[in-house]
Design a binder for this molecule. Structure first.
Ligand code: MLT
Length: 359
């Protein structure tokens, strides 16, 4: 089973609960515990975004709006998840994702434990399954994890009694990043609709879990999605696009001029050297010269193009320093929105757990 076939199957198999499909989506009152709220959320884990319907994505967006309101208060904290223990287990480096999950959990009054795999029994050879079982025995109700192996959070979800939130697994998925990207676009695009908007993901899609998760959310919301980069970094995407996985279509091209022409949004991706085998790129210098996002290249896009990057950035490689800080860049807003989106996800998942199962 490849990650791709797995995701296609689950996307096709998903059906929205009636209240979500009807379009009457109300944000929960997030000052109150989630089990007291009527919301049409049915997922126990956040492993990827492929199984989320448009209605469920709308619910996440509305819940994130409510969390943003909490964050605007003088004391940006609610007691909603008091008594919930969250463990954050990261087997890979991270700044944004790890810290924003921690801040999000604390803002909801969770108790938080952080484990860096390098300083835990993992370094003595403990297996992932044993580590997860130990974390549960120590009282965790929710587990946020990042792992270099695609699929690792799925394995953790099989053995962990609570909810697992995927903070990035190998090349496969980065669901909270895709949700915060969606939220950032929804709150930046005039009118808030992605329907028909040309969104370009530019760069190293091959190694990017951010690209793979964003494909699901952006196509679900009706964007005209383009994936662009050197052909060596697009392997597999053409086949995926041609099959129109779960009825969702996107364009794959190495022609940067065609991709950027009249684009509404450009999201540059980092060249992920740590995941790259040799021979895929002649050199970073050549990559920057041919595919780096510069002011000159951006002139092909719409004048009010929205510039994104999931971070961390390699300025001067995939994105020029002046593009990163251009007034049209929402890169800092992406980071800020990450806290509200992660609060929303912890809240929705905790509601399922506290009700003792699926809604
Ligand atoms: C990730 O963890 O995938 C990041 O958010 C993006 C990157 O590493 O380039």
């Amino acid at each position: 089973m490849t990650a791709e076939t797995d995701r296609t199957a689950s996307a096709e198999g998903s059906a929205a609960p009636a209240s979500v499909a009807s379009g009457e989506i109300k944000a929960p009152a997030v000052d109150a515990p989630p089990e007291t709220q009527e919301v049409a959320w049915r997922h126990e884990h956040l492993l990827d975004v492929d199984g989320l319907t448009r209605g469920e994505l709308e619910l996440v967006m509305r819940t994130t709006d409510a969390m943003r309101e909490v964050l605007s208060r003088p004391i940006p904290k609610v007691p909603a998840l008091r008594g919930t223990n969250v463990t954050i287990l990261f087997y890979e480096a991270s700044t944004r994702t790890r810290v924003s999950f921690e801040v999000a959990a604390k803002n909801l009054s969770c108790d938080v434990v952080n484990i860096a795999a390098s300083s835990s029994s993992v370094s003595k050879g403990e297996s992932l399954v044993d580590t997860v079982r130990t974390i549960e025995a120590l009282g965790a109700h929710m587990l946020v994890m990042r792992h270099p192996a695609s699929g690792a959070p799925y394995l953790a979800a099989e053995v962990f009694g609570g909810s697992v939130l995927n903070g990035g697994d190998g090349w496969h998925g980065h669901p909270s990043q895709a949700l915060l990207d969606l939220y950032t676009l929804r709150t930046t695009i005039p009118g808030g609709s992605l329907d028909g908007k040309k969104v370009v993901i530019l760069g190293d899609s091959l190694h990017s879990r951010v690209a793979r998760s964003n494909i699901w959310t952006l196509t679900a919301m009706g964007a005209d999605l383009w994936i662009c980069g050197p052909s060596t970094l697009l392997r597999g995407f053409e086949g995926w696009a041609a099959r129109g996985a779960a009825g969702r279509r996107f364009t794959v091209t190495s022609d940067m001029g065609a991709a950027l022409k009249d684009a509404d949004v450009v999201m540059a991706l980092r060249i992920q050297k740590e995941r790259m085998s040799s021979g895929l790129l002649p050199s970073l210098r050549e990559y920057a010269a041919r595919y780096g996002l510069t002011q000159e290249r951006l002139r092909a896009a719409k004048p009010d193009v929205i510039i994104m990057h999931p971070g961390p950035m390699n300025e001067g490689v995939e994105i020029a320093a002046d593009v990163a800080v251009d007034p049209r860049s929402v890169i800092t807003a992406q980071v800020t929105n990450g806290v509200a989106v992660r609060m929303a996800m912890l809240y929705l998942l905790a509601g399922i757990r506290r009700r003792g199962g699926k809604a």
